[in-house]
Design a binder for this molecule. Structure first.
Ligand SMILES: N[C@@H](CCC(=O)N[C@@H](CS)C(=O)NCC(=O)O)C(=O)O
Length: 236
């Protein structure tokens, strides 16, 4: 069966895994999970007991959760495309290091800002969290700017799955109006280049429920019920 990516909407960090699947060029399906309601449902907790997206049901029916694990799984099938590297190689270590930075420092910089959207956060907490979040997001961007060192892609000359993941979480700057990305020229160039990428456009259209043209081998959506049903799991 085709692997199924369970992706969260709106503005989820699963976005990068959709881009990665498109770039990898292997068949896959998608299952849309509305956050937070569906993610907290008993049905989805059968997929991921902690109720987070993304999750990937592999071709054998195994479930993988956590973006880094999912991206490394996709990467193992995309080494011939230059998107990832064999474990044990210097390339693998560099990619893993970049993914870890993005999945911890960069991702978590936005946590205070997401928290301000919770309805039970009043003043003065909101002002403090917003200021703290803006400072953390600025620091994460300054760090990434230094890492890029003027290069076009996070690992250098060519794109990798780190860029795919970045495409999803970098959007949060605009969601929270956290900073002016143009203050970080290399980060800004990378983001703008990614916004023009056909796979990124596809992922954005999918998220917004608009007509989406795959550049890879997207084989359609499945419902959560169908994804969990062995009958569909064995369909072509
Ligand atoms: N460590 C996880 C974090 C995943 C995560 O935080 N996912 C968010 C969406 S970006 C989520 O599903 N939140 C549940 C909710 O909003 O109800 C990963 O990197 O995959």
């Amino acid at each position: 069966m085709d692997p199924i990516l369970f992706y969260g909407v709106p503005e989820g960090c699963s976005f990068g895994s959709i881009v990665a699947l498109e770039w990898a060029g292997r068949p896959y399906r998608l299952c849309r999970i509305a956050l937070p309601e569906m993610a907290a449902s008993p049905a989805y907790r059968r997929v991921n007991p902690v109720g987070e997206t993304p999750a990937l049901m592999t071709a054998t029916g195994a479930i993988i959760v956590e973006s880094m694990a999912i991206l490394n799984h996709i990467g193992a099938g995309a080494i011939d495309r230059g998107l990832a590297f064999p474990q044990g190689s210097a390339g693998f270590d560099r990619l893993n290091q970049a993914l870890a930075f993005l999945n911890t420092s960069f991702f978590n910089a936005f946590t205070p800002l997401w928290h301000t959207l919770d309805s039970d956060v009043g003043e003065p907490e909101k002002t403090v969290l917003t200021a703290f979040g803006h400072r953390m997001v600025a620091e994460a961007h300054a760090d990434l700017e230094r890492m890029l060192d003027g290069r076009d892609w996070i690992l250098g000359e060519r794109r990798s799955l780190a860029d795919a993941y970045f495409a999803g979480i970098a959007r949060w700057v605009d969601v929270h109006d956290a900073l002016d990305r143009r203050a970080y020229p290399a980060v800004n160039r990378l983001y703008e280049r990614l916004c023009e990428d056909p796979a990124v456009r596809f992922a954005r259209a999918v998220e917004h429920g608009e007509p989406a043209v795959t550049t890879g081998r997207f084989a359609g959506h499945v419902s959560l019920d169908d994804a969990l049903s062995p009958a569909v799991a064995t369909s072509p």
